[in-house]
Design a protein around this ligand. Structure first.
Ligand SMILES: [Mg+2]
Length: 372
């Protein structure tokens, strides 16, 4: 029997590949998976403490749980709507239904086609695109029996320590929060209010830990320069987003007058936002929810690194599911602020472990978390 060269190569490759695959996958022509069932439902999170930043306060957070089921495997993704980006649970739910129609009939293996269609259908609700992207990665990981960080080729030996965030509160409560954060070697403190100096002094009275500061667009340029100079004398490492994103034009003045590195957060959502920030910021804070998923987060990190910016990975108030999507790519980043699940009292997912502020890359397939 004669076998063509192409036939021999493809048969050989298939045989070689099947040796490494779980039995169920080796027997199933997985690439023929067609369609998937998508659902979206509320994920009600309760905050341990009232969460206050320069923009407002909250005691709970209504996120969305997106499930993608195909071939008997379910991938999970989380959407964390943020009013700053014109998102809400209601707008996210409506966007989910538009996206569901747009991706109808695609196989979960056609990941980039899903993303392109979902991004077009989503409007401002990029958090729901993020949930979909997470669910696709979780599904693929579970399907091939490997953690998502391995599918992305993420290095395993350079996980930074995450900061633990202290929300704005009365001096007494902030001191209490610092005590509760004893296990975490780096703190992140929210500023951007007239009472900044007083709040910061309360925290410094109970801890000497390195602190990173986030103004969440709360200052004017003059105020920023004055406050950053003062913060530099208080053991602060860097400052996040001093001015509103719409005031990027004034950032040159702030950067030139700042003794501390400045990281862009609200000023950067997508890869196209990065080049205009050169010379205005020292680094960028990437969030999976903000950019629309793990895939875009990876793209943003590579772009930022290539342009010489330092890289921070942040998060919203999210369950361990959303945080797991950050942990999967966390070793690409210099600074981590992955604490959203540590600030809630009813985490609906489990599977992540943190020791002395350092997340462990999970060994379990997919994102490595399961329903609690
Ligand atoms: Mg921030």
């Amino acid at each position: 029997m004669s076998v063509s060269r192409r036939g021999f190569l493809s048969t050989g490759a298939l045989a070689a590949t099947s040796r490494f695959l779980p039995p169920a996958l080796a027997q199933t022509p997985a690439l023929q998976t067609k369609g998937a069932r998508l659902d979206f439902r509320p994920l009600e999170l309760k905050l341990t403490h009232t969460w206050t930043i320069a923009r407002g306060s909250a005691n709970e957070k209504k996120n969305g749980l997106l499930t993608l089921t195909a071939d008997g495997v379910t991938g999970y993704g989380e959407a964390a709507a943020n009013v700053r980006y014109k998102q809400s649970w209601d707008s996210g739910e409506a966007a989910f239904h538009r996206m569901k129609t747009a991706v109808e009939g695609l196989s979960p293996w056609e990941h980039l086609a899903w993303l392109e269609r979902a991004e077009k259908a989503a409007g401002d609700d990029y958090d729901v695109v993020a949930a979909l992207d997470m669910a696709l990665w979780d599904w693929k990981g579970k399907k091939v029996g490997r953690p998502v960080h391995e599918l992305l080729g993420i290095p395993k030996d350079r996980m930074s320590v995450t900061t633990f965030s202290i929300g704005i509160d009365t001096a007494e409560v902030m001191k209490q929060k610092v005590k509760e954060a004893e296990k975490y070697p780096f703190l992140k403190v929210k500023v951007g209010l007239p009472s900044d100096e007083e709040n910061f002094a309360a925290i410094r009275s109970v801890t000497k830990k390195p602190i990173r500061v986030d103004a969440n667009e709360g200052w004017t340029a003059e105020e920023a320069i004055r406050k950053i100079r003062w913060l530099a004398s208080q053991g602060v490492e860097f400052v996040e987003q001093p001015l509103p994103a719409a005031k990027n034009g004034e950032m040159k003045k702030v950067k030139d007058g700042s003794p501390l590195p400045i990281i862009a957060d609200e000023s950067v959502l997508h890869p196209k936002d990065v080049p205009p920030l050169l010379g205005l910021f020292d680094g960028i804070n990437i969030k999976i929810q903000k950019c629309g998923g793990i895939t875009r987060g990876y793209e943003l990190a590579a772009m930022g690194r290539a342009l010489g910016l330092s890289l921070m990975l942040g998060c919203m108030i999210e369950s361990s599911l959303g945080i797991a999507s950050g942990v999967a790519v966390a070793p690409l980043f210099d600074f981590l602020d992955l604490d959203g699940n540590l600030l809630i009292s009813n985490d609906p997912f489990k599977g992540l472990t943190i020791t002395d502020g350092r997340w462990r890359l999970p060994d379990a397939p997919g994102l490595g978390v399961v329903m609690a």
